[in-house]
Design a protein. Sequence first.
Length: 99
Amino acid sequence: GATEVQREEKERQIRGAVVEWKLPVYDVSSRADGYYVIQTSTGNGQIGTFCHVKPKDEYEKKVLVSLKPGQIITCKGIIDGVSMGNIEIDPAIVRQLSP
């Protein structure tokens, strides 16, 4: 319900903030540079995000690849902006996984 100017101002205010949010997975994709992007679901008052995570080892990579839609994750990172109405968290780490 905000105007473009209002959305731009809000993005300016939150860019660079460190956040830690518990959110449900919507989708996971991989990038050529080794990062995985976890898109979280919106709805029920939840914020949609793109969490950009670079696994530090094969175990973390395996965990990221095994994520399923609806699974709850805790994503912590720096707000880098907004894309397609979702908040970009880049870089990010997944602190906690819940079944």
